[in-house]
Design a protein around this ligand. Sequence first.
Ligand SMILES: Nc1ncnc2c1ncn2[C@@H]1O[C@H](COP(=O)(O)OP(=O)(O)OP(=O)(O)O)[C@@H](O)[C@H]1O
Length: 313
Amino acid sequence: MLLQVDGLCKTYRKRSSVVLAVDHVSFQLEGGQILGFLGPNGAGKSTTIKMIAGLISPDEGDSKVLGESTKRHRQRALRHVGAVLEGSRNLYWRLSPLENLQYWAGLRGVGKRDAVLLGRQLLERFELSDKMNHTVQQLSRGMQQKVAICAALIHQPDLLLLDEPTLGLDLDSSDRIQEIVLELVREQGIGVVLTTHQMDVAEALSDRIAIIQNGRIVLEGEKREVLDRFEGNVYVIELAERVPKELRPELERAGAVFEGPDRFRIPVDSSEDLYQVVSRLKPVPVVRIEREQADLATVFRHYTHKEAEQGSV
Ligand SMILES: Nc1ncnc2c1ncn2[C@@H]1O[C@H](COP(=O)(O)OP(=O)(O)OP(=O)(O)O)[C@@H](O)[C@H]1O
């Protein structure tokens, strides 16, 4: 197992207020996989990632990277980890991309010759070779982000932690970063924990999904399974005529959402339920019944809203 996160907890205390930021968070990740680690603002993503990166200590729990405990063998565990936590802020603006990579290589115990060799290879892969002699401050935001990712990869980690890697980038830069991350994962078998609020990015890249809300994991699983499980639930039903007025309250009680006078979405638990809905609509002819294609944004909304409602009871 590449990453094993076990019962991480973290409470922040500030004057009189106490925030339980991370509450017994556990998940796993194999090499060659990307985990989309999702959650609303303040849910506990960054705190969890910082604990895995060894930047803050958990109150409870541990994370193991390739079997090495971050608590007991910090150096050994963190040798396998690269992180881009605050965008390009881990870069020196007056240095060139290669000088930045050499600096990080030095901190990570990579020899000088390897640092230059690996640095050049990485900059080439990220299409930055022609920017070798510029300073970082002369680069575009997308390029700076690429350099930050190169810096996190300079010691050839097995696990890459990426916090909002494509935030604020234009489509081309965002697409290119996504492609390169996928290449690294597929070709070199590294594992990635990716936090993002961009659901399309998470859906495109992730093999697994974990959703955190109020410091607790509310959903974890294979992306395909998560989407499939959800897909079974909601149907779009379209009629040849308006939905009869007298039926609307009943359908609404069953969870129907009307998208037009002759069209609604409704969650059903079984084919029996679906049959009942259709029979209630008779004699109005049904022209379309289709299972809704769930996307990650829908799943995310469902789990985070549900949890918020439960939390407020
Ligand atoms: N250094 C700190 N001191 C006090 N409270 C903190 C600190 N860092 C985070 N918190 C609190 O801990 C909770 C979790 O924050 P965290 O930054 O981990 O969430 P997040 O999911 O990364 O949010 P975002 O998506 O907004 O970046 C929040 O309530 C936040 O206010």
